[in-house]
Every structure is written in C-alpha cells, then in structure tokens.
Write a protein that binds this ligand. Structure first.
Ligand code: P6P
Length: 337
C-alpha cells in the first residue's frame, strides 16, 4: 500500500509555494510531533495519573484538566524546539508566550492554539482535539508580540486540528484545500487518509446545545424548529448530533455534512468559542473544504480581533445550512444584534 506520510506530503506541497524555504514545513512537522505525544497520553488517560483536574482554573474560568496542561506543555516545547515560531498564544495562557531563543527570535511565524479542546470530555472517554492557527508575524524581529496575533482570520497561513478519537487524525490547510492524515501507530506516522476533503453543500445534521434554547436569539430558535419540521423534499427533520467536543462535532459534520452553531447565550453573551484559536482556524478549514463560517451575520475570518481571548458566536458547516440559519438570523434580527 503506497503510504504517504504527513512529512512527505508537507515537503511535496512545499513546492506549491515558490518562495518557501521550508520554515512552514518544519513548523507543521513540529505540530505533528507534539500531536503524537499528546495522543499517546490521551489514549492511556484512564491508566496514567493524568485524569482529573489540577484544581486550577484557566483564563476562561474553566477547571483545568491535567491533560490540558500536559498538551499545552507538549505543543509549547515542540514549537520552541523547532525554532520556526517566535511566539505562541494558547487558550491555557492569559498572555502570549514570546519565544526569544537564538534559534526562534527571528522566526517568521506565530502559532495560536487550543491545545486540548473539549477537555471536559476526557474523563468520560469522548474524543477531544487540538486546534491550531499559523500567522506570518507582522513585527519585524525579536520575540513575537501581541500584535502579531491581532490579525484577521483571512491572514492565516495555515490552520488545522487534531482529533484524538477512535483513531488520531490531523486535518490541515495551507489555503490550497484540506487534507486529513490518520495516525498509524504501527509506524508512528500520520498517513494521508482523506485527500482533498470537501464538506457536502448540505447535510442532515445540526449540532447545538439545545439546553440553552430559552436563551438563544430568536433566529436560532426559529432555525432549530425549521430543522425539526417534517419535510421530505428537504430531508427534514434533521438529526441532532452534539457531543460537547467541538472538534469531534465539526469533524463529523465536515465529513457527512451538517451545521455547528454556538450562538450567544445569557451565560456567553458574546458567544463561547474564541475567535483567534478556535473559530478562525476552524473557519479556514471549513471554507477551504467548500463550507461557510459566520457569526450569524458576517464571515468569521473577516472579523476584527482586538484581544487574545475574544469570543464570537459561530455558525459553521455546510454552506446551504449556514445560509439558511443566517436567513433566520436576519429575519428575526434583534435590536442591537
Ligand atoms: P457547552 C468545549 O469547551 C467547547 O469549547 C467546544 O469544544 C464545545 O463544542 C463547546 O465548548 C461545548 O460547550 O456549553 O455546550 O458545554
């Protein structure tokens, strides 16, 4: 079987970028290395002394799981060792992590990441994921700075996620389509398994936490009822699939078609998900696969970003389904929306 590893694929695709000198290739390789190490621990979380909480809460006010910290440490270590990144922004860290070592000080790229998204699911053995976003730095040299991260999603150079599930998969884009790699534990390599991934234009799955229904905008309430109506011509009612781990829900919808919505709620008046290291990278991937990603009104990747942990509502997935949800948002727009 002609296996193509992530490393081989990255080098092969590097030629798509005439001026590439290999830095981005090496940066993606470094992320792949950390993903393999995190996957090893996620896979034995029930056995290792790595389950449960650290007793701390992160900048988001969420309980920190031991595996959150482990994953964060692994990606930071791999990026520092690789020398291709001059600063990191992480969900787990309130401030950016400038990297000022001799080999990284003048690196071209910065990386924003959610090292272990959905970690509340670890103890119940539900798939979790890593999300990453890569920008070319805007500052001239030295360690990266906050302004290097305050760039619109359209400026991303690359983005991807790792899903630690029944198998570990790494899915990424550099703006020329989306490709998925499945970890083959027998050789310890991510191997190309899903070339040129495309999200179906429409689907029959809607993913949203309906427990928040009472506090959703009217447009979201109307869209949920639309999904539940009987209409054979449009394959409704759709199926509700929501596992509480965004990478898992979005990965499924990327493959079979569907829409993931995390709107504003009273608990999250600006939305729950973060623009920099969750919504922008996921939007880049889904758009590159032929889908759409908005905040209910405008394209996610065109939103201005003013602070590191800025939140936004997210409507992401099959383009026809995002369009329909946005129709309801526009029709039932609330004053001040
Ligand atoms: P809720 C995980 O914390 C996350 O950021 C996403 O991965 C997931 O889809 C969502 O939040 C779950 O949030 O409020 O429905 O539990």
């Amino acid at each position: 079987m002609n296996v193509k590893t992530l490393g081989q694929f990255i080098i092969e695709k590097q030629n798509d970028f005439p001026f590439a000198k290999g830095e981005l290739s090496r940066l993606l390789r470094d992320i792949g290395i950390a993903a393999k190490i995190v996957n090893r621990e996620v896979n034995k979380a029930g056995l290792a002394e790595i389950l449960g909480e650290t007793g701390e809460t992160n900048v988001q006010g969420e309980k920190v799981k031991k595996l959150d910290v482990f994953a964060n440490d692994q990606f930071i270590a791999a990026l520092k060792a690789g020398g291709e990144c001059c600063a990191i922004a992480s969900e787990e860290n309130e401030e950016i992590i400038p990297i000022d070592s001799d080999i990284s000080r003048n690196a071209k790229y910065v990386v924003a990441m959610d090292p272990l998204d959905g970690s509340s699911n670890i103890d119940v053995n539900v798939s979790v994921g890593t999300i990453f976003s890569i920008y070319r730095r805007t500052t001239l040299n030295g360690a990266g700075q906050l302004e290097d991260f305050l760039q619109r999603g359209t400026e991303q150079v690359a983005a991807g996620y790792v899903i630690y599930g029944s198998s570990a998969m790494l899915v990424y884009t550099t703006g020329k389509g989306v490709n998925g790699f499945t970890l083959d534990p027998s050789i310890g390599e991510f191997c190309l398994s899903h070339p040129n991934m495309r999200i179906p234009q429409s689907g029959n799955v809607y993913s949203i936490n309906e427990g928040n229904y009472l506090h959703f905008p009217d447009g979201v309430k109307k869209y949920i009822k639309y999904c539940q109506e009987e209409d054979k011509a449009t394959n409704r009612p759709y199926s509700s699939r929501y596992i509480g781990s965004g990478v898992a829900d979005i990965h499924r919808n990327l493959i079979v078609g569907g829409v993931y919505i995390y709107p504003t709620t009273t608990k999250s008046p600006k939305g729950k998900l973060r623009l920099l290291y969750e919504c922008n990278p996921l939007a880049f991937i889904v758009e590159q696969a032929g889908g759409k990603a908005t905040d209910g009104y405008k394209r996610i990747m065109e939103k201005d970003i003013k602070e590191l942990h800025q939140r936004t509502p997210l409507f992401l997935g099959s383009s026809d389904m995002v369009d329909k949800a946005m129709e309801f948002m526009a029709k039932y727009a609330e004053v001040g929306a």
